[in-house]
Ligand binder design. Structure first.
Ligand code: DX5
Ligand code: ZN
Length: 225
């Protein structure tokens, strides 16, 4: 299982977006996380396909677009065309989740499904064989810099168990409050794609902060059951 750091640009300085994203990648980020918010599904607004298109020109690693929006089917083609590699949608936002996941695949992107802190992993039973990754929200979505919700560790561990029992291959991603104090626990629970916004972009030295977080995550794999 490959541990990967997935820097979230939400906490970057948007006036320096390309340069900061590059620093995070040089510090060890191997996937770039783009948070898309519509002011309806979550109480905040962020960026859309034009920003993905611009980043695509300067970023070599896969772009992981986390859609926190209603009616994601309306926008999936445009995100794919803009250069998204992975697209994830919220279980809570999709009436026809199976259809939406197939739509993502049909546009050549890796489909992911996301669950909020209050949504049990059992809600995903019927789609686990369709997804490239499951994203466990470890904060309520909408904002960077929030406190990690400890019960997320049980959800990550439950997903890892189901994956082993059913011999599936989806990857387990975690998003929210991942920093030097929590990263060891999330890795030990079974997460391998570690989204981090504030911990990477919030303190000044993006390159160093990314590298230290990835090192702490890798160190924790030695203590994993
Ligand atoms: C929150 C977003 C996250 C956010 C995480 O709704 O989905 O990706 O950037 O930020 P931190 O790492 O600061 O909790
Ligand atoms: Zn996110």
């Amino acid at each position: 299982m490959k541990i990967e750091l997935v820097p979230s640009i939400l906490s970057s300085d948007f006036a320096q977006l390309g340069a900061q994203a590059q620093q995070a990648i040089e510090g060890g980020g191997s996937v770039l996380h783009v948070d898309v918010m519509d002011g309806h599904f979550v109480p905040n607004l962020t960026v859309g396909p034009p920003v993905v298109r611009s980043l695509r020109k300067v970023i070599q690693v896969p772009m992981d677009c986390h859609l926190m929006i209603e009616n994601p089917d309306l926008f999936i083609p445009e995100f794919a065309e803009a250069g998204a590699d992975w697209i994830s949608v919220h279980q809570e936002a999709c009436l026809h989740l199976d259809r939406t996941l197939h739509l993502i695949s049909s546009h050549g992107c890796k489909p992911g499904v996301v669950i909020n802190p209050a949504t049990p992993v059992e809600m995903l039973t019927e789609v686990l064989d369709l997804v490239h990754h499951v994203l466990v929200m470890s904060v309520n979505p909408g904002f960077g810099g929030q406190k990690f919700i400890p019960n997320s560790l049980n959800k990550i561990a439950a997903l890892a168990r189901v994956r082993a029992e059913r011999k599936l291959e989806f990857r387990i991603e975690v998003d929210g409050g991942v920093d030097l104090t929590t990263v060891g626990d999330v890795v030990k629970a079974g997460a391998e794609l570690l989204v981090a916004g504030n911990a990477v972009f919030g303190h000044g030295d993006v390159h160093t902060d990314a590298r230290q977080l990835l090192e702490a995550a890798r160190a924790a794999t030695f203590g994993r059951a």
